[in-house]
Design a protein around this ligand. Structure first.
Ligand code: FMN
Length: 288
């Protein structure tokens, strides 16, 4: 693990930062980030991916408009952009980019996820995205500007950050009919909580988790919001909600491992019926 701070502290500390000071990222911190980007961890589905840290140039923040992103980003010191093989596994991108965000958080930097469609943009040019790749999201990065925070509050009002749905609406036990209690979650309770407070596009929190009756296996599902389902079906936007699932998988796995709970991701769809509307199986955490 590249982190100096417990993962649960980093996850709790992270928040979307949209306004930055003009301070640049110091060379030693850039070097730490670049070392991680040079050999990123593999995602659960093994999709080839690459990431680059670029210094922000004049006009970059404005150029975000029209790429499917929302909110205004002020004075970012830089961006981390990523490209992945154009496979149907956006979870991998969310899983790895979130680990990058947690490293930036550990270094005292602020970040904000920017999801959309970057392959036709000046950002993708900076990393020469090929026709075989997609560039489904980027992050802005820099030092948080305390005095410019009112913009964050505006977005806070629109996207309701830190407002999260309660356990009983997203975590279930054995079937989708029974909410999961913290007592049933047992040693996994903190890992579930770290999923609950994760960032997601428009704060939709599309993750639905079902803990199996063995109280160790956890099945992950995505519950699609109508807006994103339409955008994805029309080919207008990357599948941001499955990227959100990758973020949830990252938080769950890193927290479980830090608590000494080993396991791995597997395709083990339990075929639960009924499944709530617009809900699809993604993957399962299988303890080892
Ligand atoms: C995949 C993804 C895409 C996002 N895209 C944007 C974006 O384009 N613009 C923006 O301001 N915030 C974006 N966000 C940040 C979310 O709005 C934010 O995570 C959510 O509202 C929760 O707030 P918090 O991150 O402060 O906890 C995105 C988050 C994710 C995970």
């Amino acid at each position: 693990m590249p982190y100096m701070t417990p993962i649960t502290d980093l996850i709790a500390r992270r928040t979307s930062v949209r306004a930055y000071t003009t301070q640049l990222i110091e060379p030693d911190k850039a070097a730490r980030l670049n070392a991680f980007l040079a050999s990123p961890p593999a995602g659960p589905f093994g999709t080839p991916m690459r990431f680059t840290l670029v210094t922000a140039k004049a006009g970059d923040a404005e150029a975000l408009k029209g790429l499917g992103t929302y909110g205004q980003i002020k004075h970012p010191a830089g961006f981390i952009i990523g490209a992945m093989a154009a496979t149907n596994t956006p979870e991998d991108f969310g899983y790895v980019m979130e680990q990058i965000i947690l490293l930036a958080t550990d270094l005292g930097l602020g970040t904000c996820w920017l999801g959309g469609s970057f392959q036709q943009s000046r950002f993708a040019e900076k990393m020469a995205v090929t026709p075989e790749e997609t560039a489904p999201a980027a992050i802005s990065i820099g030092y948080p500007a305390e005095r410019l925070r009112f913009r964050d509050h505006l977005i806070a009002f629109i996207a309701k950050p830190r407002q999260r749905v309660p356990w009983d609406q997203i975590f279930f036990y054995d079937t989708f009919a029974a909410p999961l209690s913290q007592a049933q979650a047992g040693t996994y309770a903190t890992a579930f909580e770290m999923v609950r407070i994760a960032p997601s596009a428009n704060n939709k929190q599309p993750w639905r988790l079902v803990m199996a009756a063995d109280q160790r296996t956890v099945h992950f599902y995505v519950q699609r919001a109508p807006f994103y389902a339409k955008q994805v079906n029309a080919g207008k936007m990357a599948d941001l909600q499955r990227m959100d699932l990758g973020i949830a998988m990252c938080h769950f796995e890193l927290t479980a491992r830090e608590s000494g709970l080993a396991g791995q991701w597997q395709a083990a769809d339990p075929g639960l019926t009924p499944t709530p509307p617009a809900t699809e199986y993604v993957a399962s955490w299988m303890p080892s």
